[in-house]
Design a protein around this ligand. Structure first.
Ligand code: GLA
Length: 386
């Protein structure tokens, strides 16, 4: 058994944001191929996850889930083999209720049977949703059930709970056994959605960390409004590349799993530069996986809840700092080194490296001030120097 399953936030791809019901084995195989040929695997992405709408509407006579033969004619085991042959991991989706959100069979009262089926198919990751949950039973019990079922199915399966932050999930999910937990309602491919999801999690830092990561939902980076689901995106929706960059920086700094939700077969150059930024990924995947704390600039006319700095202590003693300006105008964000534990009298300065421009900014004493355009950010990695 892999003892360190879930040590750092999961990285991968999920079919939902772009494709929803329109999924099939060719698409999944193409994504696996892209992971290898376009550098996603090398950058750390490994889970390829089929979301809702993969099964038939009825279980078979033995009560087992049945993959839709039109979408997955070769079956799930063959698909898992294809993915494993490329050194990647295979993820699937079910639901704690009687039905999935799209109305397919859920795992309620089939938990141990389904965990066994997933293990037989070679599944390495299970996203577990919250629709159609019977009212008389708590979600906590149902996540504990599936967690035990997965831990005893004979295969390492990363457990991705998805109850949208309901029932104060952060208070009980870690001990229930899940490796990550959705803390928000579904993301949409627009700036307002990104901004409100991020802000909603700023005061939940103390709950995320190794083996149970705060999942702020799949990424919309690179979707540009391209989803077949009107709720998630629409052709006139989408974000600018700078907004996607800020989205990716927020999710990375805040310790969220990084699950790509766009069609990587047609990724733009800008999208690849964001998703394959090794300096940002290194912050998200830092081994100690500490949450990031927030520093608010001195409140004044310009600084509101939309401007803040996030600071993340890294395993090697470096410090990652994100200067975030989610407001609609340019802002100056001053970082006083005192606030991260460096008094002037210590004689310690910071050598700053810009993780988006990939260049050194120089050595600074006492403070560093960043001028950040609207909806943008600066992410630096700071090294302590005497
Ligand atoms: C819920 C989840 C989504 C997705 C859909 C599938 O809305 O939050 O991420 O899995 O269900 O129906």
């Amino acid at each position: 058994m892999e003892k360190l399953l879930g040590l750092t936030p999961a990285m991968g791809w999920n079919s939902w944001n772009t494709f929803t019901w329109d999924i099939n084995e060719q698409l999944i195989c193409d994504v696996a191929d892209q992971f290898v040929s376009e550098g996603y695997k090398e950058a750390g992405y490994k889970y390829i996850v089929i979301d809702d709408c993969w099964s038939l509407k009825e279980r078979d006579e033995q009560g087992r889930l049945v993959p839709d033969p039109n979408k997955f004619p070769s079956g799930m085991k063959a698909l898992a083999d294809y993915i494993h042959d490329r050194g990647l991991k295979f993820g699937m989706y079910s639901c704690a209720g009687t039905h999935t959100c799209a109305g397919f069979p859920g795992s309620f009262e089939h938990e141990f049977q389904d965990a066994k089926t997933f293990a037989e198919w070679g599944v390495d990751f299970l996203k577990y949703d919250y629709c159609f949950k019977p009212r008389n039973i708590s979600g906590e019990i149902l996540y504990k059930r599936m967690s035990l079922a997965l831990k005893n199915c004979g295969r390492d399966i990363l457990f991705s709970a998805c109850n949208w932050g309901e029932d104060n999930v952060y208070q009980w999910i870690r001990e229930s056994g899940a490796h990550m937990y959705r803390s928000t309602l579904d993301i949409q491919d627009n700036w307002e959605s990104i901004k409100s999801l991020a802000i909603s999690q700023l005061d939940k830092v103390c709950y995320t960390g190794s083996f149970c990561h705060n999942d702020m939902d799949m990424l919309v980076v690179g979707m540009y409004g391209g989803s077949n689901d009107g709720f998630i995106g629409s052709k006139i929706g989408g974000c600018t590349d700078n907004e996607y960059k800020t989205h990716y920086s927020l999710w990375s700094m805040m310790g969220s799993p990084l699950m790509i939700g766009s069609d990587i077969r047609s990724a733009s150059q800008a999208t690849k530069q964001i998703l394959l930024n090794k300096d940002i990924i290194a912050i998200n995947q830092d081994q100690e996986a500490r949450g990031a704390y927030r520093i608010k600039p001195e409140p004044n006319w310009f600084h509101t809840y939309e401007t803040f700095m996030l600071v993340k202590a890294l395993t090697d003693g470096d410090v990652a700092v994100g200067f975030f300006n989610l407001s609609d105008s340019q802002r100056e964000l001053p970082l006083l080194f005192w606030d991260i534990g460096l008094p002037y009298a210590s004689g310690v300065s910071l050598s700053l490296y810009d993780c988006w421009e990939h260049k050194e900014l120089g050595v600074f004493k006492e403070r560093y001030s960043a001028v950040v355009p609207a909806h943008d950010c600066l992410v630096i990695r700071a090294k302590l120097v005497r």
